[in-house]
Design a protein around this ligand. Structure first.
Ligand SMILES: [Zn+2]
Length: 324
């Protein structure tokens, strides 16, 4: 971890879920947090109590509950909240900052809000799927619900208002995508008859900015907040400011020219992601990207890709610039 931070890789994801795969126990988590307290790294936590969830998965399958919607039922909001609380306390003991990824449960937002009220360097992100989709999607018939299987899972609709509220009050600071696509044909289908075998994750990197602009149109957030949660704060959170996350002399000329009045309909027919479905198929949005500059070079020109392979460069990151 020390070597990585020196090389400009300053954030580390840990998992309280997925026992036997990515899972870290509390002792391993504490040690990593102690390390990051020393070297300036930022622990990004997948906060779900995976040990308890695995018990509920086994019990559900034994009862014959095999459809995708049970994925959402066994990964309980309380087990996200419990893990979030535990991660906060471990970080507090270690004296380290904490960033909780893909928050979906309102009970977890409450844990973050309480920690922030205590003045702790605790941060949280949510993702468009939790703001725009719900357990209604997971319950779609004919195994269609598998398209929406991800972890943390989609929640009942009433959680959405609390996520929007958290974004407005800065109890949540970032909207990322947790982009992790699997095709429906041949991949999601692996979990027919056993929801626990459905690959976890859904595509969304292409839709994030436009969905969040729709949230501006719908009145959930202001236009300024849209830029903060999608661009400015992530750059500071992950040590890329002032090279990224601002338009200013000396910064990289990464600029999006956005048409806030254009209309579009999201579809797998027209998206660019290499995946055979869209989680937002048929959704109408107001607003779309016109032109994009990356370090001063046109990479999208009037909605057409005009970039070239090899343009990308490694950006070494400094430590989190968003601490209290
Ligand atoms: Zn995760």
């Amino acid at each position: 971890m020390d070597l990585l931070v020196e090389e400009g890789v300053t954030s580390f994801k840990q998992f309280m879920a997925y026992p036997g795969v990515f899972y870290s126990d509390d002792g391993q988590i504490l040690r990593a947090m102690q390390r990051s307290a020393d070297n300036g790294g930022l622990i990004m936590m997948h906060a779900e109590n995976g040990i308890a969830i695995d018990v509920l998965v086994e019990q559900a399958l034994a009862r014959g509950e095999t459809d995708p919607r049970y994925h959402g039922e066994v990964r309980k909001a309380l087990l996200e909240a419990e893990a979030t609380h535990r991660a906060i306390k471990l970080a507090q003991v270690a004296g380290a900052p904490l960033y909780v990824v893909h928050v979906s449960a309102m009970e977890a937002v409450a844990e973050l809000a309480r920690a922030r009220d205590e003045g702790l360097n605790v941060f949280g992100e949510t993702c468009p799927q939790y703001l725009f989709l719900s357990t209604d999607n997971l319950a779609e018939p004919d195994f269609e619900g598998s398209k929406y299987v991800c972890s943390t899972p989609l929640r009942p609709k009433e959680h959405q208002a609390k996520l929007w509220q958290g974004l407005r009050t800065n109890d949540l600071q970032v909207v990322s995508t947790d982009h992790c696509p699997f095709c429906f044909v041949g991949q999601k289908e692996l979990g027919r008859g056993d929801f626990s075998k459905i690959p976890n994750g859904l595509p969304g990197v292409e839709n994030r900015m436009d969905l969040l602009h729709q949230a501006v149109v719908d009145g959930h957030i202001t236009r300024r907040r849209w830029i903060e949660i999608a661009c400015a704060t992530p750059a500071r959170m992950f040590g890329m400011y002032p090279k990224k996350g601002t338009i200013a002399p000396g910064a990289d000329a990464d600029v999006v020219i956005y048409d806030p009045h254009a209309e579009q309909i999201i579809s797998a027919e027209t998206h660019h992601m290499n995946v055979d479905y869209s989680a937002y198929e048929g959704k109408r949005l107001t607003g779309r990207v016109e032109t994009v500059l990356s370090r001063g070079e046109l990479v999208i020109t009037e909605r057409e890709y005009t970039g070239h392979a090899g343009h990308g460069t490694y950006t070494p990151r400094s430590t989190c610039q968003y601490l209290n």
